[in-house]
Design a protein around this ligand. Structure first.
Ligand code: ADP
Ligand code: MG
Length: 315
């Protein structure tokens, strides 16, 4: 049986039904089947799921706004998987221009052909286009998307015909909203999305997430590690430390090191503390970690023994 994320969603049954209908109505061409993501973990948060699914079913494009590591990318991937849509990812940066979004002319066997960009591909084949960190692009570059994102649902490709969007095409944009100095998205663009604020992960969900990634991690251990992360989060909200230390990926990386037997505090320093380069901030982060994790804690205290498995291999 292939893993189907829809079976694991805890959302209203009517919404699940509608997603399944959507899938039936818009089957995916065989050559794009491999673009339908198979997520490695599920996004936790029923409210957010219901909001996003409802918006997508209504034909809206969504903008996910939140701090770093609120699961924006994993959620976008999960949504494409739930709706069984091929996904095209676009990572935005300041040098992004219209051609890299829509496509450009290139030579093939001495002939000029149009090589479609990710937006064109998603538009033609009913894909979900993930516009990652959309606020990093220059607003001028994004102007070409206005007609694509609003009721016109079409793309003007210079020198070619206009492309109308496939009815299943949706755009999911993400935007980091930091504690300081985040670039704003202009009003014209924001008005073309419905906006979902992504909350910080809760302690309960963080424990589940840690154990999803590391099934041998004991619940007690997961609780302690989650508590460290939440302490850092609080310090960050109070502007005592910067958002550099609020690094969920770093926490997960640290746990991987512990699982391999590295000292717990060292592993957390490598995953989290050392990502800031300000000595004062480093001390604050280290104190936070050491407030929860004692020096005596050994990596083997945190994990269940992988009993049997190894012995069986050699039996
Ligand atoms: N609510 C959540 N449910 C599941 N995973 C989450 C959640 N919030 C954060 N994560 C985890 O945080 C990490 C970073 O997620 P990512 O999607 O890259 O965040 P963002 O794009 O918001 O910076 C991933 O490992 C992801 O699984
Ligand atoms: Mg991201």
């Amino acid at each position: 049986m292939v893993f189907d994320i829809i079976e694991h969603l805890q959302i209203r049954p009517e919404l699940k039904e509608s997603i399944l209908e959507f899938r039936k109505q818009y089957p995916v061409e065989p050559q794009f089947q491999s673009r339908i993501p198979v997520p490695s973990n599920i996004y936790y948060g029923t409210d957010i799921w219901e909001r996003a699914v409802t918006a997508l079913l209504c034909g809206k494009n969504i903008l996910l706004v939140g701090h770093k590591a609120t699961g924006k990318n994993i959620f976008a991937e999960n949504l494409a998987a739930a709706f069984a849509r091929p996904r095209w990812d676009v990572s935005f940066h300041v040098n992004m221009d219209a051609a890299s979004l829509i496509g450009m002319d290139t030579f093939k066997k001495q002939e000029v052909i149009f090589r479609p960009g990710p937006i064109c591909c998603a538009a033609q084949h009913g894909g979900f286009a993930v516009l990652d960190e959309i606020n990093m692009a220059k607003n001028e570059a994004l102007a070409v998307l206005h007609g694509t994102l609003d009721f016109r649902r079409s793309i003007d490709v210079p020198g070619y015909e206009r492309i109308d969007l496939h009815p299943a095409t949706r755009f999911i944009a993400t935007m980091n909203y930091g504690y300081a100095g985040t670039k704003e998205l202009n009003e014209a663009l924001v008005s073309r999305f419905v906006v979902i604020r992504m909350p910080m992960i809760s302690q309960e969900h963080l424990i589940l997430l840690l154990q999803d990634h590391y099934p041998t991690l004991k619940t007690e251990g997961a609780k302690e590690l989650a508590a460290v992360y939440l302490d850092l989060q609080k310090k960050c909200e109070n502007a005592q430390i910067s958002s550099r230390a609020m690094d969920l990926r770093g926490l997960l990386d640290g746990v991987a090191l512990m699982e391999k037997g590295l000292n717990v505090q060292d592993a957390l320093d490598m995953g989290i503390t050392n990502k800031t380069f300000d000595p004062y901030e480093q001390t604050l982060i280290q104190d936070t970690i050491r407030g929860r994790i004692s020096k005596k804690m050994k990596p083997e205290d945190l994990f269940e023994e992988k009993c049997g498995s190894r012995r069986k291999e050699f039996a």
